[in-house]
Design a protein around this ligand. Structure first.
Ligand code: PLP
Length: 554
């Protein structure tokens, strides 16, 4: 029987009928059922993490595998949790790449920790799209507090703290942070340009703004993450890459910046935004902030954003604070706690020197979003610091993580991974008959190439390791300007063959890349379960696979 009845006019009426015919409890299960289900889920999750090292890190399924395991139609009647739970192991696990496995050394890490998981649980329990302060004052206020804590831990300049004109905000990802600041940069550039041109008439403002937008150019190093180019597409402006020289270890310099800006301006275009990076994706290069700062003084309208998605976590160590202090150069800075700093996805921490720059570009307040607190100007409405309206309670997991580890614990965590990276690099150096290190190992990442034949001298550029007084890594930066193409191709082929074999065997998960025409293998052990024994194992695997490939080739 339906919960409403038709009256003589054909309109349905709710009067005099039983409204609640639901067979599933309002919350999906009763409280005691939830307690039992959650206890079981937590038991299973704990077991998953315990067994993780023995699971293959990569799945062996073929595309479309899941469709074959699941019914094509949704269930008509609700199912018992015990039946749903069973399907996690049967259907989902076979298709999982285990990012938390200590054998995962690909891309950059994506941390998960128990305090992080508890933060996610509580965030789910207190679900609210907390766009305005009044949506849940604790959501906003905790975010401000923990981001101020993090800024202090990272040694960022005071201008990024909320007590002044700046502040931090949690974004979903480093890419989202870049789109957000690029829109702010675009609007700031146009506003300043209109002021310079003295344009105030609303129609003229509109026309000239559109005209200018078509001439704006976002800049990034060719080693910057692809999210900068993507953001320029989204922001509707041009993008130009600045070539980072191999001889500068793939960092861009002030000289590179000036040359590109002058080239762009000579074409009547307007550079308005630049991404600089601490820890590029390919090789963890760090751009040359000192020289960029000198040049940037001449171009104050270019918004500079520092992308420190992975490597920003290392700034918890005081020895990196000289890098943090250089961030006075940038308008905005972003690092992902969800990469290397023990916090579950997503927790990208974006800081700006002037929060007005964000709110000027992103604040729109229709009547239904107005309230006395927003109007008072005494509260932060984080919706004005981001692209979406709603936002999750992500500060909780950051709070739990920082309190569980303390500053000291965070420092030990990063130090541990830096030591693992150092160990791996030393192991590679010990076999310089087989491997080259492409750029100096940094932030737990080592990038290697395989020599085309067992050889004690580096092959890529003819610079002999024996006679070359430079550190081992630098020997692979060409002394002679012309890299011998044949040698390069041979090195690329062999490195690719080694990588492909390791990838097919799925024992460890690594990534390959191409940097300046060189095919290379990246190894980064930086998730919370990373351990020395796995670093030694992956090295042994690289050696045995290389020997196998070399034997085949010879
Ligand atoms: N920036 C750098 C340097 C990265 O390495 C990455 C991803 O690895 C990103 C940005 C993109 O990160 P996200 O997935 O948070 O957008």
């Amino acid at each position: 029987m339906s919960g409403s009845q038709s009256n003589t006019n054909g309109r349905s009426s709710h009067l005099g009928t039983a409204l609640d015919e639901r067979t599933v409890p309002a919350m999906g299960m009763s409280g005691p059922e939830f307690r039992e289900a959650a206890t079981s889920a937590i038991r299973e999750i704990e077991q998953y993490y315990t067994d993780l090292p023995s699971r293959p890190v990569l799945p062996s399924v073929s595309p479309g595998y899941l469709r074959k395991l699941l019914p094509g139609e949704p269930p008509v009647r609700g199912e018992a949790w015990s039946d749903i739970e069973k399907d996690i192991e049967r259907t989902i696990m076979p298709g999982i790449t285990h990012w938390q496995s200590p054998k995962f050394m690909a891309f950059f890490a994506a941390s998960s920790t128990y305090p992080g998981i508890l933060g996610e649980m509580w965030s789910a329990a207190l679900t609210a799209p907390a766009f305005n302060w009044i949506c849940s004052p604790a959501v906003t206020e905790l975010e401000t507090v923990v981001l101020d804590w993090l800024a202090q831990i990272l040694g960022l300049p005071e201008v990024f703290l909320s007590k002044g004109e700046g502040g931090g905000v949690i974004q979903g990802s480093a890419s989202e942070a870049i789109v957000t600041v690029m829109v702010a940069a675009r609007e700031r550039y146009i506003r300043r340009q209109l002021e310079r041109e003295g344009i105030t008439d609303p129609d003229e403002v509109e026309d000239r703004s559109c005209e200018l937008r078509g001439k704006l150019v976002a800049l990034g190093s060719d080693q910057a993450h692809s999210s900068t180019k993507k953001a320029a597409n989204i922001a509707g402006t041009r993008y130009r890459g600045i070539t980072a020289q191999r001889s500068n270890q793939y960092a861009i310099t002030g000289k590179d910046l000036r040359a590109k800006v002058e080239e762009i301006q000579s074409k009547g275009l307007h550079p308005y935004y630049l991404t600089v990076t601490i820890g590029t994706t390919n090789t963890c290069a760090v751009d040359d902030f000192a020289s960029i700062a000198q040049v940037a003084k001449d171009y104050p309208d270019i918004w500079i954003h520092c992308d420190a998605a992975h490597a920003g976590a290392a700034l918890v160590l005081p020895e990196y604070h000289q890098l943090s202090q250089q961030m006075t150069l940038v308008d905005s800075f972003d690092m992902n706690m969800h990469k290397w700093l023990l916090t579950n996805f997503d927790a990208s921490c974006l800081y700006v020197q002037k929060r007005r720059d964000l709110t000027d570009a992103l604040s729109i307040t229709p009547a239904y979003l107005r309230n006395q607190f927003t109007d008072s100007g005494l509260v932060t409405d984080y919706r004005d610091w981001q692209i979406p309206l709603g936002r999750r309670f992500r500060a909780l997991k950051i709070w739990f993580v920082i309190r569980t580890w303390g500053v000291q614990g965070l420092q030990q965590h990063i130090k541990h991974h830096l030591n693992l990276g150092g160990l791996f690099a030393d192991l590679v150096r010990s076999r310089n008959d087989l491997f080259n290190i492409l750029t100096p190992p940094q932030f737990a990442l080592t990038v290697i190439t395989v020599k085309p034949s067992r050889h004690t001298e580096p092959q890529l550029n003819g610079a002999g390791s024996g006679g070359d007084p430079r550190p081992y890594e630098e020997q692979h930066v060409p002394i002679k300007p012309n890299v011998d193409d044949k040698e390069l191709q041979a090195g690329n082929e062999i490195t690719k063959a080694v990588f492909t074999l390791i990838d097919e065997r799925k024992e460890f998960f690594l990534t390959s890349t191409i940097v300046g025409g060189v095919y290379a293998i990246r190894v980064v052990a930086a998730n919370p379960l990373a351990e020395e024994k796995y670093v030694r194992q992956v090295f042994d695997l690289l050696v045995s696979t290389t020997e196998e490939v070399l034997a085949r080739h010879s």
